[in-house]
Design a protein. Structure first.
Lengths: 115, 114
């Protein structure tokens, strides 16, 4: 079984400050990890993913995420938050142990960037 | 081009109506998905088509009927829906290998069942 947890329903950060949105996962095989962002009344937009290789993954709009196998975490980060980053962020995982596995989404974290 | 399009953007229907949602992609993806999303909740997988064949049905009620006429199109036929079916319906596509392939989502159809 696979699961993903986003422990914070909401994260507030001042504009210009660094931001972190937390994600932890559980899979039996190798994890494929994804971050998506959703603006109000819109679909999900892909930000970045970890498949293998470098633990630091860089994505769209200046976001990056660090894969930490020992802590089973994949936290999303950005050095300097913008008001336009305010949105709902979903972490997702797929178990890479073989065969088709559906993507499991976390419950989402609302990011509020305060001007 | 990483665009998935969905029509209509909004749909209001009565419980006795029949309507269809449409999804289209031209990225050459051979897997297409329907998700249902309630407000402030994660998307819930409904159906997966792989190479135009239904490969996953997540125990969705028969009032939802998917159809994949070709590799670029995905439809969701709706009949006799209930008010609790009101939600954002998202279509997504990816390559069908079941690994680290990214799913690309459309903007969704906002459905209201009266």
């Amino acid at each position: 079984a696979q699961s993903v947890a986003q422990p914070e329903d909401q994260v507030n950060v001042a504009e210009g400050n660094p931001l972190t949105v937390k994600c932890t996962y559980s899979v039996s095989g190798n994890p494929y990890l994804f971050w998506y962002v959703q603006y109000p009344n819109r679909g999900l937009q892909f930000l970045l993913k970890y498949i293998t290789g470098d633990n630091l993954v860089k994505g769209s709009y200046g976001f990056e995420a660090e894969f930490n196998k020992s802590q089973t975490s994949f936290h999303l980060k950005k050095p300097s938050a913008l008001v336009s980053d305010s949105a709902l962020y979903f972490c997702a995982v797929r178990d890479g142990s073989g065969g088709y596995q559906k993507v499991t989404f976390g419950t989402g974290t609302k990011l509020q960037v305060i001007p | 081009d990483t665009e998935v399009t969905q029509t209509p953007k909004h749909l209001v229907m009565g419980m006795t109506n029949k309507k269809s949602l449409k999804c289209e992609q031209h990225m050459g993806h051979r897997a297409m998905y329907w998700y249902k999303q309630k407000a402030k909740k994660p998307p819930e997988l409904m159906f997966v088509y792989s190479y135009e064949k239904l490969s996953i049905n997540e125990s969705v009620p028969s009032r939802f009927s998917p159809e994949c006429p070709n590799s670029s199109l995905l439809n969701l036929h709706l009949h006799a829906l209930q008010p609790e079916d009101s939600a954002l319906y998202l279509c997504a596509s990816s390559q069908p290998y079941g690994g680290g392939e990214t799913q690309y989502f459309g903007p969704g159809t906002r459905l209201l069942v009266l």
